[in-house]
Design a protein around this ligand. Structure first.
Ligand SMILES: N[C@@H](CCC(=O)N[C@@H](CS)C(=O)NCC(=O)O)C(=O)O
Length: 290
């Protein structure tokens, strides 16, 4: 078994459970990565107990901290006794030319793909990290029930959650997203990242694009909740394209249930996320605590 040299860097009690921050070397990303994990009260009460787990993928510019500190999620996870894992959004400090130059490329913008271009491919393998390496680290080091895993995310991470679930049928019990970038192959920020990480547009883009994947999906049934604010600037500049995902799911209706909710007046920020985070935990708890 790989030794990831997990090192605890922080520990804080919260709502009867504990938030830990760890760092470890990632062979898949060839760099050191950090994540937070919240273990709920059931684990504090009995170290031999195991709990379901939710993975949250954040958006552009975020670290492993934005969601866990800004969304108010822990009180609800505490009530449901569900663990939470919040990974970082990209490799960092890799010495790649220009990696820090833009908010929407490189650091903070891994886009959850495995890069194929020579410039990025050594480090920018967030698809393999999230779908394979991180779940292995979590299940072999923490008291979680691997068969009871779900995934959700925001913006770039909302897209990542849907895309990874569609590519790995059965891996997650449920999926949800706040304002996801639904069709990266057709919006400015998605095209910018895909061209850099994957090269010029090709069939390779489709396997990292939720709308393309959803329109061809015919596998184990998957339930998705998607929330969107109507005053979201990313929605208004056509970065999110939720209608594209809704139309794609029409093709795969017997395999995907997609509940979409539009919230008048809400923007793209964590003020929006924290307003509906309880609904997302309630949604996932129905599957994880069934
Ligand atoms: N262009 C902005 C936008 C970035 C942005 O809105 N990121 C969203 C995800 S797409 C976010 O969650 N930001 C971090 C936060 O609000 O804590 C920037 O340069 O910071």
């Amino acid at each position: 078994m790989t030794d990831y040299k997990l090192e605890q860097v922080q520990k804080n009690s919260c709502f009867g459970g504990v938030v830990y921050k760890y760092q470890h070397y990632s062979p898949v990303l060839s760099c050191t990565m950090r994540f937070n994990i919240y273990l709920p009260p059931a684990v504090s009460a009995n170290p031999n107990s195991k709990v379901p787990v939710l993975y949250f993928l954040s958006g552009l510019t975020c670290t492993e901290d934005n969601m866990i500190t800004k969304s108010g999620v822990l009180q609800y996870l505490s009530n449901e006794n569900i663990a939470l894992v919040t990974p970082d959004t990209s490799p960092r400090n890799c010495g790649i030319e220009g990696e820090e130059d833009a908010w929407d490329l490189g650091t903070g913008a891994g886009f959850y793909v495995d890069a194929t271009t020579p410039k990025w491919s050594k480090h920018y393998n967030m698809y393999s990290y999230i779908s394979n390496e991180l779940p292995e680290i979590i299940s072999s080091n923490f008291p979680i029930i691997k068969s009871k895993s779900s995934i959700f995310g925001h913006s770039m991470g909302g897209h990542g959650a849907i895309m990874i679930a569609l590519r790995n049928p059965g891996m997650f019990k449920s999926v949800s997203a706040f304002a996801p970038i639904c069709h990266p192959s057709e919006c400015h920020v998605g095209i910018k990242c895909f061209e850099e990480y994957l090269g010029p547009k090709s069939a390779c883009w489709d396997k990292y694009d939720s709308t393309e994947l959803a329109s061809n999906y015919q596998d184990q049934h998957i339930s998705i909740l998607m929330d969107q604010g109507s005053d979201d600037s990313f929605l208004k500049d056509n970065s999110l394209l939720p209608d594209h995902l809704v139309a794609a799911v029409e093709n795969s209706k017997s395999f995907i249930s997609l509940e979409t909710r539009v919230h008048p007046g809400y923007d793209h920020s964590y003020w929006f996320v924290q307003s509906f985070i309880k609904d997302h935990i309630d949604f996932h708890a129905k599957f994880l605590n069934a």
